[in-house]
Each structure stands twice: as C-alpha cells, then as structure tokens.
Design a binder for this molecule. Sequence first.
Ligand code: AVJ
Length: 322
Amino acid sequence: MTKINVITNKNTFTIKHGSFQSDVMSGLSGLKKTLPCRWLYDNLGSELFEEITRVPEYYPTRTETIILQTYIREIADFAGRNAILVEYGAGAGIKTETLIAALQSLALDCYIPVDIAGEFLEETASRIQGKFPHLSIKPVVSDFMTDFALPPNLLGTRRVAFFPGSTIGNLSPKQAGDFLRRMRNHVGPEGAAIIGFDLKKDVETMISAYDDKAGITSKFNLNLLTRINRELEGNFELSRFKHSARWNEEESAIEMHIVSLEEQIATVGMFNFHFRAGETIHTESSRKYDVKGFEMLANANGWKMDHIWRDSDNKFGIAGLR
Ligand code: AVJ
C-alpha cells in the first residue's frame, strides 16, 4: 500500500493512501480544492441523502422508480429467467420496496450485492433474504471501482449487472469506461447490464434538484466539513461557508461546491488551509447524459444498447445493455 510521509521538524506521521485523511490533505492542498464525493456518506450523510430523495425538486430517484414500475415486465424479459443479478453499490442506502419488488419480478436464482460498506451490505442482504427465503444471496464486500472477482460456482443462467440510481453519473468518463469494461468481464459475453442514468435537461430543473428549497442538499454537502472537524480534528466554522450547485456545460455535469464566504484559514489537525473569499471546494460531479452520448460510452466499452426505458417527460433513462 502506498504511504505518504508527512515530515515536520519533530515527527514523522504516516498517512494511509486513499484514506479520508489523505484525501482531505491532498484535496485541500491543490490549486483547485476538491474532495472525492464518496466521503459525503457517513451515517448522517447517508440519512441526508435518503431525505434528498424525498424533496420535491430531486426527481431522479422517484423517476427511476416510476420507470422500473412501468416497464418491469419488459425489464424482466430482458434479464431472462433464473438470472444471476450483480448489483454494484448495493448497500449504499436502504433498498426501496420498488427495487425489492423488481428483484421478485426478475425471478432470480442468485443475487450478488456488492458494496464497500460491509455493515450496510449485511443489512441489505438479510432484509432481502427475509423476503425471498429461497434466493441464493452472496454479498461481496468490495469497492466496485477496483478490480475484484465474483464468487465461484454460481447457480443460475445469465449474469446481469445492475447499476441503478444514476451512480454512474458520479464517475468521470474514464472511470465510467473502466467500470463498464469491468462489468463486461464480470457477466461474460452472454451477460447483460441494466443501468440507470440521468438525462440532460433544462439547467434550472437540474440545478434546483441539487439546491432544494428546504436546504437538505446544503446540509448534506456541508456535513463534509462537520465530518472533517470530527474525524480529523478540523476547525471549520460552517457559518463561514455555503453550499452551491453549478452547471458545468463542458463536463455536462451538475457540480456541488462548498464556497468560502470570506478570506479565512481553516485548520485540520496540525495543518492550515487558506481560503480566498469565494474560493470553493468541489465535492461532487453528477454527469447528465443524452441517450446518444450514453450509447457511445457503452459502445466504446464492450456493450451494445439493446433497450432504453424512459419516463414520459424524458427526465431519466434506464439502459438495457448486451
Ligand atoms: C446518489 C450519486 C446519484 O448525484 O444525484 C444527490 C447524489 N448529490 N444530491 C446524485 C446526490 C446531491 C446522487 N447520487
């Protein structure tokens, strides 16, 4: 494992590469301050995200649910009977009843939830096992952005990768490409994938989804500073920062930023970080695709778009890839 040695005049500390601490230290030291969005999801952050899915402005979760409900028979036909479903990022958040109902309609032989958070994953697995006593469930604790193998000797026929929630939008084009190829390796040449992605639309609708009137998304974003204060002995004063949601046309992404309201210095452990007035920490990108763009991404990484299911307002898409 790569380590970064931080040398001061008195002591040498070792910081584990890829840890929260190392990401905060390097993310706040650069010319452009940025933090990986996975750190938004501590306990409170995960609860706040659940709350976001219920605010009126945040359309993705609810729209994807409607599409799943509307087209579940077609989606089940696409997956085929006795499939092995591999769900990436499955433990993050409570499974909605719709997703569970979808599992039922899919008539699966085996369900493989993959997530880095082992605790959540256990919860998800046992909850689903309770509803489907005869389903073979094989949870895999892994970061789905790294290479990992599926359990051997799986029962069932075709393997189907499932990646709902437009989580793919958080990945850069390179990461999304790597991920699609990994999925292909996991399911093999006869396999399939079902992926939810958010569609590009008018900027106002997209921005308000990430800047709701009730201020839940703002709390969700600023909670990252609270987490730094708690876990890394930071002294961020939340009242001196604000949440901001922005549209980046070149990246076709909504970005969340934490904006410094004034010039200030914040301390994390024994390090000082200077902020200019208006300087931001970029905390998340949520990419929005059009159908053609998503199809090109799929084609370039080992897939053909076989189906596209959408809501009547064209807000969200679920792609069936082969
Ligand atoms: C869970 C990654 C799909 O990008 O829409 C919601 C996270 N961030 N509001 C998204 C999120 C701010 C969400 N994903």
